[in-house]
Design a protein around this ligand. Structure first.
Ligand code: FAD
Length: 421
C-alpha cells in the first residue's frame, strides 16, 4: 500500500487552523491525544519590524486569557502589544436614555477584576499559537477536508482531503469557520439572520490619550466602538485605538469607498471628539454581519467549535471568546471524563461525551446570542419603526431598563461578570 492510500489515523482530528482550531488542537495534543490539525495557517503575515498594526484586533475576556495561559500561549505573546481595558463607557442612542449621566460606565476596579478585557492583534495571537504548536507533538496536514463519512465504522469517522488522502479519527472537532464545509457534510442545520449592517475596522492614532478605556456609541450610525491600543512613540499622537463600526450597509459601503480619512472624520463627529484629532493607520476593512445559529452542535463523532458553531454580532466583541470557551469546555469535559476518555485507551468521540459537552455549551452560546442580537435590535431604529406602536413601547421599556442598569452598581457588576467570564 503506498503512502497516499494508507489512511492517517488519529484520536482527535481538528479541521481548520484558525485561532479556535489551533487552540483546540494544541489543548488536545497537550492532554496526550494523538492529534492531527488540518488546514492552512490563518492568513496573518509575521509581524513586521515597523510599528505597523494589524487591522484585525480582538478584545479577549478573562476566560480566554485563562485558556491561553493554560496552553502556554499567553506567555509567548508580545506583551508590549497587548492593551488592558480598565474602563468601558457606553452611550445609548439619543432618546433611549435621557441625559449624559445615563451612559453606562463599567470599571474593572469596581468589579474587582484585573481588567475588563485585553486587546490583542490577530497576528500577535497567531504567532504565539504557532510557536506553542511547534513545541507540541501534533501532526500538521496542509489538507482541505472535502468528504466525510460518519456511519461506515461505529468506532471512528473517515474523512477525505482534496488531494485524495484519507484520514480516520475517533473524534472530529470542526473549527472550519462560519461557512464550515464539515457542518454541511455532517448535515447539521444552520439558521441565519443577516444584519442590515457591515462592520468597518480601522486603527487610528488619537490626539488625546484613551486612558485605557473602551468607548461605544449607539445611534443612527449603528454601533461605533473605539478600543484602546498601546500608543505609538510620536508625542503628537498620545493615543491609539482600533475602531469596530457596525454601520448601516449603505453607509458602510460609502465610507469604505471614501477611505480612511473620511472614516476618521466621521468617527470624530460621532464620538464628539472624545479622543481628539484622529489619523488613520493603514487601510480600513469591511465585514458583512450576521447571526448564525446551529442546532445541534454535534453529530456522531463530530463537534462544531468556533464560528462553525455560532456567529454573533461583534458589538460585544465576543465571537472568538465564545469559540475559545468551546475549547476550554471541551478540554475540561475530557479531563473530567476519567478512564472513558483517557488518551490511547478511551474514546474521546463517544456520543455520551459529545452530548455532555454540547450541554455545557448550550447556555453560554444562547445567552451571548440573546444579548448581542437583542442589543442590536433595540438600537435599530428602522426595526423598531417597523413594529409601529409595539416598537415605541419596546423603546420606552428599554429606556427604563437602560437607566436601571446605568444607576445600579449591582446590575453592572452582574453584567461585567457575565461579559468577561
Ligand atoms: C468586525 C469584527 C470584529 C470582531 N471582534 C471580536 C472581538 O473583539 N473579540 C472576539 O472574541 N471576537 C471578535 N470577532 C469574532 C471573531 O473574529 C471570530 O469569532 C473568530 O475569528 C472565529 O475564529 P474561528 O477560528 O472559529 O474561525 P476562522 O477564523 O474563520 O477559521 C476557520 C479556519 O478553517 C479553515 N477551513 C475552512 N474550510 C476548511 C476545510 N474544508 N478544511 C480545513 N480547513 C478549513 C479556514 O481556512 C480558516 O483557517 C469579531 C468579528 C468581526 C466580524
Amino acid at each position: 500500500m503506498n503512502d497516499s492510500a494508507r489512511p492517517v489515523d488519529c484520536e482527535i482530528l481538528v479541521a481548520g487552523a484558525g485561532i479556535a482550531g489551533m487552540a483546540a488542537a494544541l489543548g488536545c495534543a497537550q492532554a496526550g491525544y494523538r492529534t492531527v490539525l488540518t488546514g492552512r495557517d490563518a492568513e496573518s503575515p509575521p509581524p513586521p519590524a515597523s510599528q505597523e498594526w494589524d487591522a484585525r484586533i480582538y478584545a479577549l475576556s478573562d476566560s480566554s486569557k485563562a485558556l491561553l495561559e493554560r496552553l502556554s500561549v499567553w506567555q509567548a505573546l508580545d506583551a508590549l502589544r497587548i492593551q488592558p481595558v480598565y474602563d468601558m463607557r457606553v452611550f445609548p442612542r439619543p432618546g433611549l436614555a435621557a441625559g449624559d449621566r445615563d451612559e453606562l460606565h463599567f470599571s474593572a476596579y469596581k468589579a474587582a477584576r484585573p481588567a475588563l478585557a485585553w486587546i490583542i492583534e490577530e497576528r500577535n495571537l497567531v504567532r504565539a499559537l504557532r510557536t506553542a504548536l511547534g513545541f507540541s507533538k501534533l501532526r500538521r496536514m496542509d489538507a482541505e477536508v472535502t468528504a466525510l463519512e460518519l456511519d461506515a465504522d461505529p468506532q471512528r469517522a473517515e474523512l477525505r482531503a482534496a488531494d485524495g488522502r484519507r484520514l480516520r479519527a475517533r473524534c472530529i472537532l470542526a473549527a472550519d469557520g462560519a461557512d464550515s464545509p464539515l457542518r454541511s457534510l455532517a448535515g447539521l442545520a444552520v439558521t441565519e439572520r443577516v444584519y442590515p449592517q457591515h462592520a468597518i475596522v480601522l486603527n487610528l492614532d488619537c490626539g488625546r490619550p484613551h486612558r485605557d478605556t473602551a468607548w461605544q456609541w449607539f445611534g443612527e450610525h449603528g454601533v461605533l466602538a473605539m478600543l484602546p491600543l498601546p500608543p505609538g512613540e510620536d508625542p503628537a499622537w498620545p493615543g491609539r485605538c482600533s475602531i469596530v463600526w457596525s454601520a448601516p450597509t449603505a453607509t458602510a459601503q460609502a465610507m469604505l469607498e471614501a477611505g480612511g480619512d473620511a472614516i476618521a472624520a466621521e468617527v470624530g463627529r460621532i464620538s464628539g471628539g472624545a479622543l481628539g484629532e484622529l489619523l488613520p493607520i493603514g487601510s480600513p476593512r469591511g465585514f458583512p454581519l450576521r447571526c448564525r445559529t446551529v442546532d445541534p452542535l454535534i453529530a456522531p463523532r463530530l463537534a462544531l467549535i468556533g464560528d462553525a458553531a455560532h456567529v454573533v454580532h461583534p458589538l460585544a466583541g465576543q465571537g472568538l471568546n465564545l469559540g475559545l470557551g468551546d475549547v476550554a469546555d471541551w478540554l475540561d469535559m475530557l479531563a473530567a471524563a476519567g478512564p472513558s476518555a483517557r488518551p490511547g485507551k478511551g474514546d474521546p468521540g463517544a456520543w455520551l461525551l459529545l452530548r455532555r459537552w454540547a450541554r455545557m455549551r448550550a447556555e453560554p452560546v444562547a445567552a451571548m446570542r440573546a444579548v448581542t442580537d437583542g442589543l442590536q435590535r433595540i438600537h435599530d431604529t428602522e426595526w423598531l419603526a417597523s413594529l409601529g406602536l409595539a416598537g415605541r413601547a419596546l423603546g420606552f421599556v428599554t429606556g427604563i431598563g437602560w437607566r436601571g442598569v446605568a444607576r445600579s452598581g449591582f446590575l453592572k457588576h452582574r453584567l461585567v461578570s457575565r461579559a468577561i467570564g
